[in-house]
Design a protein around this ligand. Structure first.
Ligand code: FAD
Length: 448
């Protein structure tokens, strides 16, 4: 058995693992990514916001696998709209480009399956990873100082403490039709779930039927494709995707409910993306959410490694953000399910319009007046404590607005409610126009 020693090892090279690896390279760290290609092809839909998010974390070349926006028809809550657009992504092609892009940025990429991760205790010399490369007869052992878990929904969870949404399974059919047809997608709600269909410009077709596994008897794997097509044969939105002959590439059932890991961060490890929390795919926000949890993770890792005194703040920062994102997106999903009132009493819908709770998607923390708290913030390349303004809309706090520190501005504005910003700006050491903009923002939050 060969032993190799590494600094930071990222497990998995999906959007979350790639975002963290690139961010850590920018901060000057040597990074090794261990990954295998996705187990199956998938077509997914993303918004322009995701493309901007990918660019924001430094992903450029892989964007070539994201198609131009195509029409998206939505039949939901009794009405049909065809005004939306979404960008369709062939995930196998996207992930392949991502793998190459990581190497182009100096990330060491090991094509291997992670068989086992034995976490190390802080200070004991690190984590032990057992990896299997495709051409090796024997597994190898890697020793890593820090591990970023980004194996998506395949990342193992501890037996206790995982938060799960309603049990959900997506039945997927992928086929290859003739190129040249119009690209587009459609979603439609059904009494027992919902359907999503898409066609890429190259003719690849995806059919997805999302259901509650306890309400459906699944056929044997070999008949799954025919089953999905049969279920969708009477779904109006699916018809344009069923009419052209397409050869089946694969059909499979994939667990797809919301999941939140009980712990997302330790002294020498971190979970990001779906490995930390996965959302209900209804939102079409999975990649966006995985990027959101990965965006500031490099600064968290950097702090844990280089500024141990701030480690508790870095861990709190990452944990609060992941948990906050999970709750917020779970409630947004609930409200979207609740819009569909036609089958509110059907088991699939009844449970989803009530999960996770009855709190509002925005402002769930109550209507406490805005106030100042010490909370962890990102200060350039690290996390540290700072005074922030906490509001109902921003429960994690706002530190700066357009370069102006908010807490002193808030205090100054409260101490002299009648004073104009021209008088306050010098007190804050900022420029008048910037302080004016920050004060306008503050007043919109209920400040003075
Ligand atoms: P992943 O993209 O899953 O990446 C994890 C990587 O780790 C993969 O490359 C995998 O091969 C690798 N890996 C796993 N195990 C190992 C191992 N043992 N060793 C080495 N490597 C390993 N999101 C959208 O934005 N739009 C959609 O339309 C959409 N549709 C979806 C439909 C369904 C049915 C489901 C289930 C999800 C959907 N999502 C969608 C969600 C989206 O796929 C994920 O949120 C996103 O890919 C998460 O990114 P990630 O980097 O965390 O994980």
């Amino acid at each position: 058995m060969t032993r190799i020693d590494r600094g930071i090892v990222v497990l998995g090279a999906g959007p979350a693992g790639a975002a963290v690896a690139l961010g850590l390279r920018r901060l000057g760290h040597a990074v090794t990514v261990v990954g295998t290609p996705r187990a199956f092809d998938a077509i997914e839909g993303v918004s322009d916001r995701v493309v901007a998010g990918l660019r924001g974390v430094g992903i450029e070349a892989a964007l070539a696998a994201i198609a131009e926006p195509s029409p998206r028809r939505a039949t939901w809550a009794g009405s049909t709209t065809a005004l939306n657009h979404e960008r369709l992504v062939d995930r196998a092609a996207f992930d392949r480009l991502l793998w190459q892009e990581l190497q182009d940025h100096g990330v060491e990429c090991l094509l291997a399956r992670v068989m086992r991760w034995v976490p190390g205790e802080s200070g004991d010399g690190g984590h032990t990873l057992q990896i299997q490369r495709p051409d090796d007869a024997q597994p190898q052992t890697l020793r890593a100082r820090f591990v970023v878990e980004a194996r998506g929904c395949l990342a193992p969870h501890p037996p206790q403490g995982v938060t799960r949404g309603p049990e959900t399974v997506a039945l997927l059919w992928r086929g290859q039709g003739a190129p040249g047809g119009a690209a587009g997608s459609a979603v439609e709600s059904l009494p027992g779930g919902w359907a999503w269909c898409a066609r890429l410009p190259g003719g690849a077709v995806a059919l997805q039927l999302t259901v509650d596994p306890s309400a459906i008897t699944l056929p044997p794997r070999a008949q799954l494709g025919a089953f999905v097509r049969e279920q969708l044969a009477a779904v109006e939105a699916a018809l344009p995707f069923l009419d052209s002959p397409a050869a089946e590439v694969h059909a499979l059932a994939r667990t797809s409910g919301a999941v939140l890991a009980p712990e997302v961060c330790g002294d020498t490890w971190l979970r990001v993306g779906d490995a930390a929390m996965a959302a209900d795919p209804l939102s079409g926000n999975g990649i966006f959410q995985s990027l959101s949890s990965a965006l500031q993770a490099p600064m968290v890792v950097h702090t844990l490694l280089n500024h141990p005194a701030d480690a508790p703040h870095a861990q709190r920062f990452h944990t609060e953000r992941v948990q906050g994102l999970f709750q917020r997106f779970a409630r947004i999903g609930r409200d979207f399910y609740a819009q569909e009132a036609r089958w509110a009493g059907e088991p699939f819908w009844a449970v989803r319009r009530a999960w996770p709770d009855a709190l509002p998607a925005h402002g769930a923390e109550g209507d406490a007046p805005p106030h100042i708290e010490q909370r962890p913030v990102v200060d350039r390349d690290r996390i540290r404590l700072a005074e922030v303004l906490v509001t109902t809309e921003q429960p994690l706090g706002i530190w700066h607005v357009d370069g102006v520190e908010v807490a002193p501005l808030w205090r100054a504005a409260r101490a002299a409610p009648g004073r104009e910003v021209e008088a306050l700006a010098p007190l804050l050491g900022g420029s008048v126009p910037r302080a004016q903009a920050a004060l306008r923002w503050l007043r919109a939050q209920g400040g003075r």
